[in-house]
Ligand binder design. Structure first.
Ligand SMILES: *Cc1c(COP(=O)(O)O)cnc(C)c1O
Length: 390
């Protein structure tokens, strides 16, 4: 653990909004992080899924550095080639018509919410503004996305919250039918609830969302901030369900660890946001776009997503051999582990002491390793997990 005074200095000046571990991260290479005392950690968390290509991937570093040498930022009153290239590639890979770039998952979701409300306002007038989200969802930390988040623990202190959200229990079709009335303009959901505990939605429930929304001209919004960009072995998690929502939001792994958020819109709502209705100073920042383009090039390269699927299967196969493991959720390299008797937070802490970074989500141990992780590191990390769970 760290021997210098960085932690003291940090805590003196940075607001204490996180429960942090006593580790000062200094650098990394591929799927291994290194702290300031030189201790190495196999990284099964990837900065909560953001470091999709691990640390210091050559192509990614090259793209970021050469962009920084060229132009690091300009206002959105001008065009840049790199934002055009990133937008084109993202739309081509997903089949969406257009994109708005922000800087985070919350911002991507704010944009989606604004599109849904304006789509409905333009077409049906002012009283059709409610958005259905799911109980146990997570959509971000801004006031509006906190309001969208269907977990009571988040609806505290910051009153008044933003009006216009109704919460439906995940996988409860009757609840959905009852609440999807003519005041609703959109249904927003995660195919796999990430922060909510790596909970996969049932196919039947997803089918029902699409069926009802189609009938009522209600927009579907997939929050793929955590599930997107190859995480589940498909570029979008919706492909696992053979579904495509009107709007999809992306962030976390999209630019390999530099800030970015993207709100993708299909034909139906591609032109809802018009001049002056939305914006972001840093949105579409050239360095973020260069990083994002490097990620897209890698993820779309031959056999890459098949390899993510194979690694996901390998993880699941090896983890299920551990007697303490009760069940495994998620898809691909988004993995939730339910334990029989051990406490997830304790396991995460023990793993850190043994040189392995894990995440937890509710009562589960959660893994979001870099998509580029090697089998060698997977096996080394699983060995540590099985030792802790023995
Ligand atoms: C992390 C996350 C967000 C919020 O993203 P930020 O970049 O922290 O604003 C929103 N939705 C989902 C599903 C997430 O996992």
């Amino acid at each position: 653990m760290s021997e210098n005074n960085t932690i003291e200095q940090f805590n003196k000046y940075v607001m204490p909004t996180y429960g942090r571990y006593d580790v000062v991260m200094d650098k990394g290479a591929h799927e291994v992080a290194v702290d300031d005392a030189g201790r190495k950690y196999i990284d099964f968390g990837a900065g909560i899924g953001a470091n999709s290509l691990g640390y210091c991937n050559d192509e990614w570093v090259g793209a970021i550095c050469s962009q920084a040498h060229k132009i690091q930022h300009t206002s959105n009153y001008y065009y840049t080639k790199v934002q055009a290239d990133f937008a084109e590639k993202l739309c081509q890979m997903t089949g969406y018509s257009s994109v708005f770039f922000g800087n985070s998952g919350a911002e991507a979701n704010e944009c989606a919410i604004k599109i849904a409300r304006k789509y409905s306002f333009d077409k049906y007038g002012s009283n059709r503004y409610n958005i259905i989200t799911l109980v146990n969802s997570f959509h971000g930390r801004t006031l509006c996305t906190l309001s969208a988040t269907g977990q009571d623990v988040f609806h505290n202190y910051f009153f008044p919250f933003v009006d216009g959200f109704k919460y439906v229990e995940a996988n409860n079709i009757d609840d959905l039918r009852e609440k999807l009335d003519d005041t609703v303009c959109a249904v927003m959901f995660e195919y796999i609830q990430g922060e909510g505990g790596v909970m996969n939605l049932d196919e039947k429930f997803v089918d029902e969302i699409f069926k009802l929304c189609e009938e009522k001209d209600v927009l579907t919004i997939a929050d793929e901030v955590q599930t997107g960009v190859g995480r589940t072995g498909k570029f979008l998690c919706g492909e696992n369900y053979n579904k495509k929502t009107d709007i999809t939001t992306l962030a976390k792994g999209l630019a390999g660890g530099v800030p970015v958020g993207a709100c993708l819109a299909g034909k139906k709502c591609a032109n809802v946001l018009t001049k002056g209705t939305h914006g972001s100073t840093f949105g579409g920042n050239p360095i973020s776009c260069a990083g994002g383009l490097a990620v897209l090039n890698k993820v779309s390269s031959d056999g890459f997503l098949e390899e993510v699927q194979k690694k996901g299967e390998h993880f699941r196969c090896e983890l299920s051999k551990i007697p303490e493991v009760k069940s495994i959720s998620g898809i691909g390299l988004m993995i939730g582990i339910t334990l029989k008797s051990k406490n997830a937070a304790d396991v995460v802490k023990s793993a850190l002491d043994k040189g392995l970074l894990l995440l937890s989500a509710k009562e589960k141990v959660r893994l979001l390793p870099p998509l580029t992780i090697s089998y060698e590191e997977i096996d080394a990390g699983i060995k540590i997990i099985s030792e802790i769970l023995a």
